[in-house]
Design a protein around this ligand. Structure first.
Ligand code: CP
Length: 306
């Protein structure tokens, strides 16, 4: 049954005007926040209720970002962080955990979980909005939105831009969400990775065997973490070979346009997909992504009950 509540599980139902309004709201929140900070003013909203932040998988950026966004928007966050010390350790299921926390009447849910959980089913079974905070390989919608917000802040449009993903594309939920978002905002996606890290079914996009060719094509490059924990016996390439062919460093990144952007959703394996020296490149906006993520998530939360 289609729901009229404002859950965010996938991006494919969003429209360009809705996303541009979200970007505009996020930038207004950023300006207001900066203004209050400069004048040492207090920045808060009145108490509106509680929000359940249920992180069944590890997270730093997304969890803290949503936590900060909830607080700024007036919702007290109730946090489950990885499940240690909860009845998950006694065998209670994720679904039961959610239904029990629901009985405590949070206004909405923010959930990070693996592919074994059916987030669509959970969303359909409750009346409160559910925000996907990273669901297995299926998607990480707020990450793709904060990436594009950071690009929008610089270029004012995504239309006609070329975004190159370098690294572990096969295992990336960030890429899954960008593949939904690209046709809505009008940008093109390119991949550059060893064959082992490309998806077996390739979506419609450019594939660059040589990273330099991809960097020449790109307006922004998003390096992805090599997800060693997901490789097991599949991982037949050597990390040193990977670094040599696909690792971003100051020399290699010269091939990117002067007004290009260098991004990474984090966490970063320094010395594999990216050298720490990259952070000193003025085109690097990796921490700006993190900063913008809070405003983007705050704008989403503030829009939930409008
Ligand atoms: N980008 C991102 O999802 O980072 P975390 O896993 O630390 O939340």
């Amino acid at each position: 049954m289609p729901s009229s509540k404002s859950s965010l599980i996938k991006l494919d139902r969003l429209t360009t005007p809705k996303i541009e309004k979200l970007f505009s709201d996020s930038m207004t929140l950023k300006q207001n926040f900066n203004k209050h900070q400069l004048s040492s003013g207090v920045y808060h909203s009145g108490y509106k209720g509680t929000a359940a932040l249920l992180f069944f998988e590890p997270s730093t950026r997304t969890r803290f970002s949503f936590e900060a966004a909830c607080s700024r928007a007036g919702y007290h966050p109730l946090i489950l962080d990885g499940g240690v010390g909860t009845s998950l350790e006694k065998g209670e299921t994720i679904e039961d955990t959610i239904y029990n926390i629901r009985a405590m009447r949070p206004m909405f849910f923010i959930v990070r979980c693996n592919d074994l959980v059916n987030l669509n089913e959970i969303d359909a079974s409750i009346s409160e909005p559910v925000l996907n905070a990273g669901w297995g390989r299926q998607g990480h919608p707020t990450q793709a939105l904060l990436d594009t917000l950071t690009m929008f802040e610089k270029w004012n449009t995504l239309k006609g831009k070329n975004i190159l993903f370098v690294g572990d594309i096969k295992h990336s939920r960030v890429v899954s969400s960008h593949l939904e978002l690209a046709p809505i905002l009008g940008y093109k996606i390119g991949f550059s990775a060893p064959p082992e890290l490309l998806p077996s079914v390739k979506p419609q996009c450019e594939v660059f065997t040589k990273l330099d060719d991809g960097l020449n094509w790109a307006d922004a490059v998003i390096a992805l973490r090599v997800q060693k924990e997901r490789h097991d016996s599949e991982n037949i390439f050597l990390l040193e070979d990977y670094r040599e062919a696909y690792g971003l460093n100051l020399k290699r990144i010269q091939a990117l346009k002067q007004d290009g952007l260098i991004m990474h959703p984090g966490p970063i394996n320094y010395g594999i997909e990216l050298e720490s020296e990259i952070l000193s490149d003025p085109r690097s906006c990796i921490l700006k992504q993190v900063e913008n993520g809070v405003f983007l998530r705050e704008a989403i939360i503030r829009g939930l009950f409008n």
